[in-house]
Design a protein around this ligand. Structure first.
Ligand SMILES: Nc1ncnc2c1ncn2[C@@H]1O[C@H](COP(=O)(O)OP(=O)(O)OP(=O)(O)O)[C@@H](O)[C@H]1O
Length: 242
């Protein structure tokens, strides 16, 4: 199986603080990979470095063998949902997606299909700034899915979704992987990731695990939650750092 994402010795320091330290992992094609870690563990920082939104202090992150900035047709090949990328918030959901579609050279019909797919067709005329948190998440997913990308990178996509939304998201990501796409998804919701992910990466500043979910949970005989605490350590009370 080909590696779609390669993270090699990635380190990010912000002044005195080391957010990510010497992390290595790969993401194989056609897999759903759950990126787990506590608040402040370095998940978003890692994804931002992968997407060229933050510069690594050292190490390297590539997609399809290239740094994001040098990846041909990056916006078509990689669908992203992460804070800081996305809608301006000025217009309606439909208008926002039409702008993205135009940039990507896609049709208005594609926008309508995606709105149906993410369950926002009935709200697409409303202003984005009036969307609920769950609706914003669905909109961010619509943006990520618009170009029908080979790889999806989703930072906490389940945040704010209701139980129907969480189930819908799980089924959607599974079906995308079954079509041969690759999904790298960060989450705090261990039970959700347990049901969804083929592979798991656990970060707590340093890499604590990278491998199959089956191996991590001893083929489902040990819970992901219990393995997570074994590997990430127990948090000091009131602390977000290991
Ligand atoms: N631009 C920045 N400047 C300074 N420190 C930062 C910056 N971005 C992130 N950090 C710090 O880096 C560490 C890792 O943050 P990051 O957002 O990557 O964690 P995370 O695992 O995504 O957390 P969460 O689950 O809470 O979203 C934190 O201590 C955070 O405060």
């Amino acid at each position: 199986m080909t590696d779609v994402v390669e993270i090699e010795g990635l380190t990010k320091r912000y002044g005195e603080l080391t957010a990510v330290e010497d992390v290595f992992f790969t993401v194989r094609a056609g897999r759903v990979v759950g990126l787990l870690g506590r608040n402040g563990a370095g998940k978003t920082t890692t994804l931002r470095m992968l997407l060229g939104l933050a510069r690594p202090t050292s190490g390297r992150a590539t997609l399809f063998g290239h740094p994001y900035a040098q990846l041909p047709r990056a916006a078509h090949r990689v669908g992203v949902s992460i804070d800081g990328i996305g809608p301006s918030g000025a217009g309606s959901g439909r208008t926002d997606l039409r702008i993205w579609a135009k940039i990507l050279g896609l049709s208005r019909a594609r926008v309508d299909d995606i709105l149906e797919q993410v369950g926002l067709a009935g709200d697409a005329h409303r202003k984005l700034k009036d969307y609920s948190q769950g609706m914003r998440q669905r909109h961010a997913l619509a943006t990520a899915l618009l170009a029908d990308p080979e790889l999806l990178i989703l930072d906490e996509p389940a945040n704010g979704l209701d139980p129907d939304g969480i189930r819908w998201l799980r089924e959607l990501l599974r079906s995308l992987a079954d079509e041969g796409r690759t999904v790298l998804v960060s989450s705090h919701i261990l039970a959700e990731i347990e049901q969804l992910a083929d592979d798991i990466v656990i970060l707590q500043k340093t890499l604590r695990y990278s491998g199959t979910a089956a191996e991590l949970t001893n083929h489902g005989t040990v819970s992901l939650e219990s393995r997570f605490f074994d590997l990430a350590g127990t948090a000091a009370k009131g602390s977000t750092h290991a």
